[in-house]
Ligand binder design. Structure first.
Ligand code: PRP
Ligand code: URA
Length: 227
């Protein structure tokens, strides 16, 4: 499976499949149906931290010199820019908490999306974004399944004219990744796992189930009261 995913990622240039052992253990934990919601969210946070470090490596650096107590200079490549995080409610929240631990001073934008389980298209219910002009933006969502939600998010973010868009996802499907790369090959997606199958309900297989439900509990549909 790992090998298949790696070969797939080599074929799609905009995907970075982070593969180290710590991440693999965390993905195992979120896939495990017996992981309770507290540990599920904790594991997602940790995955967010690791993937954020991968994005950090992609940001522009400048050479800075520091004079130490030994009266000697040391030169370092330092990241100066602070990316804007944009997370998709609700399943993106635990992953975003982890990303924020790395980018502590980042502004955070929110998009509330609900995927219609029949059409598999997302309705956008709420948009709250900071100024994105000429900024690096990291869109954070736990699952990249059909790619519909992410592509909607990308189109919304693009209206703000950012300099560069990155995506952090815990688990992505091959199909979703292909759609994103086809839409814009300059968007770089960082994912802890790439899965081969999307079932007829648009769920990733093997995946982990419903990320929002596993993080926060099952949704019970309530219709708007009429006034
Ligand atoms: C999940 C996830 C993504 C979306 C991915 O949200 O957070 O936003 O599904 O699916 P797609 O790639 O096919 O669009 P979900 O709709 O389950 O809502 P939730 O966060 O409220 O649980
Ligand atoms: N949303 C989820 O939470 N899980 C999937 O597998 C696909 C979409």
């Amino acid at each position: 499976m790992k090998l298949v995913a790696s070969i797939f990622c080599l074929m799609i240039s905009c995907v970075a499949f982070a593969q180290h052992q710590a991440l693999s253990q965390l993905v195992y934990e979120i896939r495990d149906p017996s992981t309770d919601s507290a540990h599920f969210r904790q594991a997602l946070e940790k995955i967010g931290e690791y993937l954020a470090l991968e994005v950090l490596d992609e940001l522009e650096t400048t050479e800075e010199s520091i004079t130490t107590l030994m009266q000697a200079d040391a030169k370092h490549q330092i990241v100066q820019e602070t990316p804007v995080l944009v997370t998709i409610l609700r399943a993106g929240l635990p992953l975003n908490n982890g990303v924020q631990k790395i980018f502590q001073n980042s502004e955070v934008g929110f998009l509330a999306m609900s995927r219609n389980e029949k059409t598999l298209k997302a309705d956008v219910d709420y948009i709250a974004l900071p100024d994105l002009k000429d900024r690096c933006v990291i869109i954070v969502d736990t699952m990249l399944a059909t790619g519909g939600s992410l592509l909607d998010a990308v189109r919304i973010v693009e209206q703000g004219c950012p300099k560069k868009i990155f995506v952090i996802a815990a688990i992505a499907s091959e199909y979703g990744l292909e759609r994103v790369c086809e839409y814009n090959p300059h968007i770089k997606v960082f994912s802890a796992a790439v899965d081969p199958v999307l079932n007829e309900r648009g769920y990733i297989v093997p995946g982990l189930g419903d990320a929002g439900d596993r993080s926060f509990g099952m949704k019970h549909l309530v219709s708007m009261p009429t006034s």
